[in-house]
Design a protein around this ligand. Structure first.
Ligand SMILES: Nc1ncnc2c1ncn2[C@@H]1O[C@H](COP(=O)(O)OP(=O)(O)OP(=O)(O)O)[C@@H](O)[C@H]1O
Ligand SMILES: NC(=O)c1ccc[n+]([C@@H]2O[C@H](COP(=O)(O)O)[C@@H](O)[C@H]2O)c1
Length: 426
């Protein structure tokens, strides 16, 4: 019987300042390699340029880097450019970008396969293997994991453990050694695919920019359409190279101020290296092992509800509907996959489904409740899942946490706080 291949999407994150022919070659090399394993069918490639907030020296505006990548990839029928990451208000951790794309891919896949939940909250089986998303990078990328304070340990763990890496050789760098010397990478060796580029190509965006500043030719290093764009917008000059000069790379600052998940997870004690690209030290991050958040998966039955009617009232739910809603039992079915969640709240009043990825803002329509459009963002506060819901109603949000076999839900709107307690059923 023929083995069904796993549909695979490759995602490359980087500055792409500017995109080079070698960036695009990475995708072709990786696709051939993954096909040769016999396990994967590459169904797409995504180039995700980093946002302007990254703070790397010489980084020109994302709108230009996006435009150049789009011009370059006009010749590809399977690799596209995605703007989501570059449009985020702040620099985004690579795993957060991966969660976003994976959520999107999975949603599309489920829609295409007609997957649905039955009334008991059970998922119907999928007819083909679920798609996967892997990060595509060059060998230098693996070395950055060693830079103290640049990556969170739990992010590297999620990146290689949950998603996976496809890494293409670059010059004389030895990615095998980088994997061997890291406990995290070695323990997920089966999820790291090393691709050998036999036609060694050391093109780097830094060298392309240098040549452009000196008025030298970059033809055949980057596509003609990109060269034309650079000249039209006078992009790479002495001035543009001074952009962010002396600035500390945003990940080093942002991750040093991450909310702590436990007292042992104090990444703010990590030293900041003077420059991200000055990789002199070979020791691994001093961060203690990350504490995994609580596991919310399971079925939960409502036991008690305090101030639920007041909460419904402040949401402008009418009297009759409030009386029905408070008299009914509720079941919550939670599916957690890493930082991706699906909450299904089931009752004869209404069924409400919510899917989100921690750290990724999403549009929510509170269908069947107060029918409002809001912007929601869920983050971790210790072991609590905390959601802020921005919209017409002020101070709106919720918190979920677990104590023993109980799931707590605190619903807030304006000055009303409602507390519901659920008991684990399975
Ligand atoms: N010549 C190359 N061989 C292998 N991988 C490469 C090559 N050039 C870039 N990459 C990979 O492409 C991804 C995006 O790269 P990035 O935008 O940082 O380009 P870069 O050429 O490394 O830039 P810079 O020179 O500005 O550091 C990274 O994973 C990087 O390792
Ligand atoms: N902790 C993190 O998630 C982390 C840290 C450093 C760089 N990165 C990403 O790696 C890529 C590196 O790009 P450059 O090689 O152009 O610096 C960027 O996409 C950047 O966002 C991620």
């Amino acid at each position: 019987m023929a083995i069904r291949r796993v549909p695979l999407v490759l995602l490359a994150c980087g500055s792409f300042n500017p995109i080079t022919n070698q960036h695009m070659r990475l995708f072709e090399l990786a696709r051939d390699h993954m096909h040769s394993t016999g396990q994967y069918q590459v169904v797409g490639g995504i180039v995700s340029p980093v946002s302007d907030g990254y703070g790397k020296q010489g980084l020109v505006l994302a709108k230009h880097r996006i435009a150049m990548a789009k011009l370059a990839l006009q010749s590809s029928n399977w690799v596209t450019v995605d703007e989501w990451e570059s449009q985020q208000p702040d620099w985004t951790e690579t795993v957060v970008t991966m969660r976003y794309h994976y959520g999107r891919i999975l949603k599309e896949f489920k829609q295409n396969n007609g997957t649905h939940y039955d009334s008991n909250g059970n998922i119907t089986p999928l007819s083909s293997p679920s798609p996967q998303l892997k990060l595509l990078c060059g060998a230098d990328f693996l070395d950055t994991f060693k830079i103290p304070g640049l990556w969170r340990d739990d992010h590297v763990e999620e990146l290689v453990g949950h998603f996976g890496l496809v890494c293409v050789s670059r010059g004389r760098l030895q990615p095998e050694r980088a994997v061997h010397e890291s406990d995290t990478l070695s323990s997920h060796r089966e999820n790291i695919f090393l691709v050998r580029e036999w036609v060694r190509n050391e093109t780097s965006a830094t060298e392309v920019r240098r040549a452009l500043r000196r008025g030298l030719s970059v033809k055949y290093l980057i596509p003609d359409s990109v060269i034309e764009y650079i000249h039209q917008h006078n992009l790479y000059t002495e001035d543009s190279e001074r952009r962010n000069e002396g600035a500390v790379l945003r990940p080093l600052i942002k991750q040093a101020h991450k909310p702590v998940k436990s007292l042992d997870d104090r990444v703010d004690t990590l030293p900041l290296p003077p420059s991200y690209h000055c990789l002199k030290s070979t020791h691994t991050s001093a961060s203690p092992a990350a504490i995994m958040p609580a596991d919310f998966s399971g079925k939960w039955i409502l036991e008690t509800s305090d101030k639920f009617e007041e909460y419904l009232k402040v949401l402008n739910i009418d009297f009759a509907t409030r009386k029905i809603a408070i008299s009914l039992s509720q079941t919550k079915v939670v599916t957690q996959d890493g930082e991706q969640f699906e909450f299904k709240t089931l009752s004869t009043f209404r069924n409400y489904e919510l899917a989100f990825t921690v750290g990724v803002e999403f549009d929510e329509y509170t269908k069947g409740l107060d029918n409002r459009n809001i912007k929601s963002l869920v983050t971790w506060e210790g072991d609590k899942l905390v959601c802020t819901q921005k919209g017409e109603k002020t101070n709106r949000g919720w918190k979920h946490w677990i104590e023993g076999d109980k799931l707590y839900l605190e619903l807030t709107c304006e000055d009303v706080v409602c507390l519901q307690v659920f008991k684990r059923k399975e």
